[in-house]
Design a protein around this ligand. Structure first.
Ligand SMILES: *Cc1c(COP(=O)(O)O)cnc(C)c1O
Length: 378
């Protein structure tokens, strides 16, 4: 699905030097490189505070701890996402409230959020799925009207922009009260191990979170709150800092590949190409609303699993994100859910499949993938 080796060849010099420098300085934990990367990412995103941590799942958990959510609080999130999102809600003793998603952009459905709000609701966690922001303008309004926190799970959309109806723009992960991201190797900005970060524009919240990631410590050996140990190590920060200047061109390379896939599949009677932007299926050249963490199609009235098996047999990595809706997972089943409320996720889990998507995809590879699919589907 990704070609990390090809990408490395191009940045080998700067990555190797940056890693060597960390080793020479033996500044493996909390070294200067971590601070440098933090500052560079703050500038790139246009956000006041980036707090690095160990991975994207921790980032989400720490963000929830930071805003002070308490056991029993209800947190609304999408039924169609990676399990990490609901997992940390449950781990903190909060009550996950899964809701259905929009069939076109796969993101949390606004009307479903409204219906799910109760007096116990304290937060909404939109996941910017596959590289595209949820409908943040509507979500921020609901949150304001109902006094809720907005915690963005931005593991899949780093570098994407969101446009408000007044024409203003901001980067994914800087829109809500706080956001989390992951630097897992296959993410759009990936390191060579585990990594994550929390973003916020709120000075007080940033201070609280800086303590939480460090054992709840604000003054050495004074533990004011229950914290965790969650750090980004200096070698990972060095890799990320070498890659950050390339992020926009990496995301553009993904969009170029998506454009070619779109052109190939747009008129196929059974395939539905991913929608990007508010009202277009075209990916305009300057449009950075979608960074294609995944290129995800729907196969209508067909044998999705047969197609995926065929592609795999032909040497084409092809994934299904996500094959089982979270509300049907054993760990997250609840009497509060009614199958009738999950028509979209139930359908998507049967229809979606994701094609290889990375920064090094070549035209001949795309042609091979496209032709293999067209031959199979007829
Ligand atoms: C990858 C991912 C995470 C978790 O990130 P890790 O760094 O693997 O812990 C959380 N949420 C979403 C939507 C993700 O895609």
């Amino acid at each position: 699905m990704v070609d990390l080796k090809g990408q490395y060849q191009d940045i080998k010099h700067s990555v190797d030097n940056a890693i060597q420098k960390v080793i020479d300085e033996t500044s493996f934990i909390n070294g200067p490189k971590v601070k440098e990367f933090q500052t560079n990412l703050e500038n790139y995103l246009g956000v006041k505070h980036v707090i690095p941590c160990a991975n994207g799942t921790d980032a989400l958990q720490i963000a929830m701890m930071g805003v002070g959510l308490k056991p029993g609080d209800e947190v609304i999130t999408a039924d169609f996402t990676f399990a990490a999102t609901v997992e940390v809600i449950a781990l903190l003793g909060l009550t996950p409230v899964l809701v259905d998603v929009d069939p076109n952009n796969f993101n949390i459905d606004i009307e479903c959020i409204k219906k799910a709000i109760t007096p116990k609701t304290r937060a909404i966690v939109p996941v910017h799925l596959f590289g595209q922001c949820a409908d943040m303008e509507a979500i921020l309004k609901i949150a304001k009207d109902n006094n809720l926190f907005v915690i963005e799970d931005n593991a899949q959309a780093i570098g994407a922009s969101y446009s408000f109806s007044d024409g203003s723009k901001a980067k994914a992960g800087t829109l809500g009260d706080v956001a989390s991201t992951s630097f897992f190797p296959s993410k759009n900005l990936g390191c060579y191990g585990d990594g994550g970060a929390i973003f916020t524009n709120d000075d007080d919240l940033a201070h609280t979170i800086r303590g939480i990631v460090n054992h709840g410590m604000y003054k050495r050996y004074h533990h004011d709150v229950v914290g965790v140990n969650s750090r980004l190590d200096s070698i990972q920060a060095a890799v990320l800092d070498a890659k950050l200047p390339k992020l926009d061109s990496y995301n553009q390379a993904r969009r170029n590949a998506a454009k070619k896939y779109n052109t190939a599949f747009r008129i196929h009677p059974n395939l539905v190409i991913p929608k990007s932007g508010t009202d277009c299926d075209n990916i305009c050249d300057n449009c950075d609303c979608h960074v294609f963490h995944q290129y995800t199609l729907k196969l209508k009235n067909g044998d999705r699993d047969g197609l995926v098996a065929h592609l795999n047999a032909k040497g084409i990595p092809c994934g299904v994100y996500y094959p089982i809706p979270l509300h049907q997972q054993k760990a997250y089943k609840s009497k509060r859910y009614d199958e009738a409320d999950f028509k979209v996720t139930n359908q998507l889990s049967k229809e979606v499949f994701s094609l290889p998507m990375h920064t090094e995809l070549e035209d001949n590879q795309i042609d091979y993938i496209v032709n293999t699919i067209k031959e199979y589907l007829g």
